[in-house]
Design a protein around this ligand. Structure first.
Ligand code: DGL
Length: 274
């Protein structure tokens, strides 16, 4: 048993889609969330920069004495995590494998579309993960760089979001996919817009539920579940607290309080790993 909080981070607000599912699945667990909205997006930055930012995000969470870290960001999971995972002294859960599992479960034809940030798509991490599970699968991938800024701006379902979504998705639609993986934790917030563009038949995969299940399993395996009856949610951002509260409340569908702004540049990864 371990009553310390779980740490969750993302480049911004998108990781709250994962927090929402974790709260449903594990209502007894306390959470500390960091959203790096001041430096978002990660998906178009160089690998070196994403690694540097990810190390600082992890260092911040470790300074808060978390028992486990959920990387609620596909870009970090694809680009940075393979390089730094072994340096972190608490268990780390990423989002790509749960997303690939969900895609395999849901696709009937094996024709699977994947959308994500330019970094995630360039890493081919989803294609590899899906092919490992089903070598016959046909993968069609498309980077959607403007989706993250749309979400951070709160433009989840308007004409501009629909036009951009159509531009990104029209080629995938020609490939007869039956499943579309939302390979970025920001994208579930654009589900209504994406649904309008792709129609009713294509299954949209939001891996957040799968991540919450994988987290429960990891806590069980590592004997880290809490037995405390007090639950606390604390949120941290590197940008405006008011904006985090406003959009965070919409994403979590409840009032988000306990938000603090931090100076993420202060955190040094090397100090926290063994
Ligand atoms: N939510 C991040 C992801 O899952 C967005 C990355 C970004 O900031 O571009 O990839």
């Amino acid at each position: 048993m371990d009553n310390r909080p779980i740490g969750v981070f993302d480049s911004g607000l998108g990781g709250l889609t994962v927090v929402k599912e974790i709260k449903k699945k594990l209502p007894g667990e306390s959470l500390i969330y960091f959203g790096d909205s001041g430096r978002t997006p990660y998906g178009t930055k160089s690998k070196e920069t994403v690694i540097k930012y990810s190390k600082q995000d992890i260092a911040f969470l470790l300074s808060m004495d978390v028992k486990l870290i959920v990387v609620a960001c596909n870009t970090v999971s694809s680009v940075a995590l393979p390089e730094i995972k072994d340096l972190v002294q608490v268990p780390v859960l990423e989002v790509v494998d749960p997303g690939a599992d969900a895609a395999i479960k849901k696709s009937r034809t094996g024709r699977i579309g994947i959308i994500g940030t330019p970094n995630t798509i360039a890493s081919s991490i989803y294609s590899k993960a899906i092919k490992q599970r089903n070598p016959e699968a046909k993968i069609f991938a498309k980077p959607c760089p403007l989706f993250v800024p749309l979400v951070e701006e709160g433009w989840w379902d308007n004409d501009i979001a629909r036009m951009i979504a159509f531009e990104y998705l029209k080629d995938l639609l020609k490939e007869n996919i039956d499943t579309l993986v939302l390979g970025c934790t920001h994208y579930p917030l654009l589900s209504d817009t994406i649904r309008k563009v792709v129609g009713q038949e294509i299954v949209l995969v939001n891996s957040a539920e799968e991540v919450a299940s994988a987290l429960e399993q990891m806590l069980l395996n590592e004997d880290l579940l809490t037995d405390s009856s007090s639950v606390q949610y604390r949120y941290y951002t590197s940008d405006s607290v008011d904006k985090f509260k406003e959009l965070g409340s919409l994403i979590l569908e409840e009032e988000v309080c306990n938000v603090e702004r931090i100076d993420i540049d202060k955190y040094e990864f090397s100090f926290y790993h063994a």
